[in-house]
Design a protein around this ligand. Structure first.
Ligand code: NDP
Ligand code: 8X3
Length: 250
């Protein structure tokens, strides 16, 4: 990975953070993105590789493009883009859910991922080389109760990934997605707006996946020979059968 520039959105926490560490262990050069600059600084201190940070909100279209334009020339040719930034906000039936939560999920998980892709793509297309790995979810394969809009956002990531793979086929750019089940990160803290009791219940009685489990899989996708494109990877905890069937220890 020494000659590779890997851009990770949502590097300030969870899966993105673990992925940055996994790629750093392989000596990749890293572009670390997120809104919380202090977290990115903390991460950079733990990495022994050349890295740079881009602080922006993926929902802010102008900020996304300005961020990538601001990269020094020696960082502009991104080899691997990991579109990981995203979150769930709330878990409610449509009739009572908050529209602000919907906006946060659709604008961040869907439009934000598209903006970042659009900002990074021209250089990949120019050299006919690159790889894009999107973070979908089991929630983008099956809908679960009270998750209609988060699930919609991840179904959109799945569809966008498939479409992008078709569009980029002439350019030999690899496009794939990874769809985890329950991963224990800050995800549920964000979903339940800091209500730790509700967040902890999500992982009670189940050995959830770790962020490192997903980082390992992302690294695997990136390390396959260039003739190989892992297009779609669903990863569940052993105690989870699908988006809504789980075998919890009592
Ligand atoms: P975390 O909450 O731990 O991390 C989310 C990351 O996304 C943070 O680094 C956050 O950075 C960034 N982010 C969120 N919103 C924005 C935004 N508007 N602009 C820029 N960055 C943003 O959650 P996970 O690591 O678990 O989630 C990572 C991805 O994995 C998400 O796309 C999520 O949907 C997906 N996923 C998670 C699963 C789980 O069970 N945890 C399962 C399946 C998929 P900051 O706040 O600094 O901006
Ligand atoms: C995160 C997994 O099941 O909480 O995408 O939606 S789930």
């Amino acid at each position: 990975m020494e000659d590779k520039i890997v851009c990770i959105t949502g590097a300030s926490s969870g899966i993105g953070w673990a992925t940055a560490k996994a790629f750093a262990n392989q000596n990749a050069r890293l572009i670390l993105c997120g809104r919380r600059k202090e977290k990115l600084v903390e991460l950079q201190k733990q990495l022994n590789v050349d890295s740079i940070q881009l602080v922006f909100d993926v929902r802010e279209r102008k900020a996304v493009f300005e961020a990538f334009e601001s990269l020094p020339d020696s960082w502009k040719q991104i080899t691997i883009l990991i579109n990981n930034a995203g979150n769930a906000h709330g878990i409610d039936p449509v009739q009572t859910a908050s529209i602000d939560d919907w906006d946060a999920m659709i604008d961040g998980n869907v439009k934000g991922l598209m903006y970042v892709t659009k900002a990074v793509l021209p250089k990949m297309v120019e050299v006919k080389k690159g790889q894009i790995i999107n973070l979908g979810s089991i929630a983008g394969k099956e809908v679960y109760p009270n998750g209609s809009v988060y699930c919609s956002s991840k179904f959109a990531v799945d569809a966008f990934t498939s479409g992008l793979r078709i569009d980029l086929n002439p350019y030999k750019i690899r496009v794939g997605a990874i769809h985890p089940g329950l991963v224990e990160t800050e995800f549920s803290q964000v979903r339940f707006k800091g209500n730790t009791d509700r967040a902890e219940k999500v992982y009670k009685g189940i050995e959830a996946l770790s962020a490192e489990d997903i980082a390992d899989a992302i690294l695997y996708m990136a390390n396959t020979p260039e003739r190989v494109n892992i297009a779609d990877l669903v990863i569940l905890p052993t105690q989870q059968a699908n988006a809504y069937v789980q075998n919890r220890d009592s």
